[in-house]
Design a protein around this ligand. Structure first.
Ligand code: INI
Length: 174
């Protein structure tokens, strides 16, 4: 039986990070956590691009654009939505998570959810602190692991021909 798994090895990989400016006192810590993981795993500083957006609601559009650019192996999305601060909590967090997942599907690339959704500022700071609990660090580890796993899943010529044939057959049945 063959088992495939990603590695925490980022050399040669390219990453985009989309980080929201809203609640920057939290998101700057998530960004620091993510960058720390990427550099320690061997990513080149020049292979990491950062895009800053106004709030978490704006993350999916920019993540989708970057993911579809063909320039990155993974996109890391960082933000902080804090319930105590907004009656729009549900709308913003739902749209951010739905949009980030959709960006990954549409671009066929890992687009990682590193957006905190917390009840209050204390919880947000707790999850943006020490490396073991930092959601930005966790998102970067996930991005590396997924990017390296996907590299091992590159279609062989035979496999690609097989799936093309399957797609044609299922189209004809419809
Ligand atoms: N954006 C966040 O990222 N976090 C929040 O907690 C937040 N609050 O509290 O409202 C927030 N609002 C801004 C939102 O993401 C959009 O930028 C804005 O609605 C414009 O589209």
């Amino acid at each position: 039986m063959k088992t495939r798994e990603g590695q925490l090895e980022a050399s040669g990989l390219h990453f985009a990070i989309v980080v929201s400016k809203y609640n920057e006192f939290v998101t700057s810590r998530l960004l620091a956590g993510a960058l720390d993981v990427l550099t320690k795993a061997g990513a080149d500083e020049k292979a990491v691009e950062i895009a800053r957006v106004p709030g978490a609601f704006e993350i999916p559009l920019v993540a989708r654009r970057l993911a579809g650019s063909g320039r990155f192996d993974a996109v890391i999305c960082l933000g902080a939505v804090i319930r105590g601060e907004t009656p729009h909590f549900e709308y913003i967090s739902t749209e951010a998570s739905r949009g980030i997942a959709q960006a990954a599907w549409e671009a066929d690339l890992p687009v990682v959810f590193g957006v905190l959704t917390t009840e209050n500022v204390e919880q947000a700071l707790e999850r943006a602190g020490a490396p073991e609990r930092n959601k930005g660090a966790e998102a970067a580890r996930t991005a590396i692991e997924m990017a390296t796993l996907l590299r091992t899943l590159k279609a062989t010529k035979k496999g690609a021909q097989r799936s093309l044939k399957q797609r044609k057959t299922s189209k004809r049945k419809r």
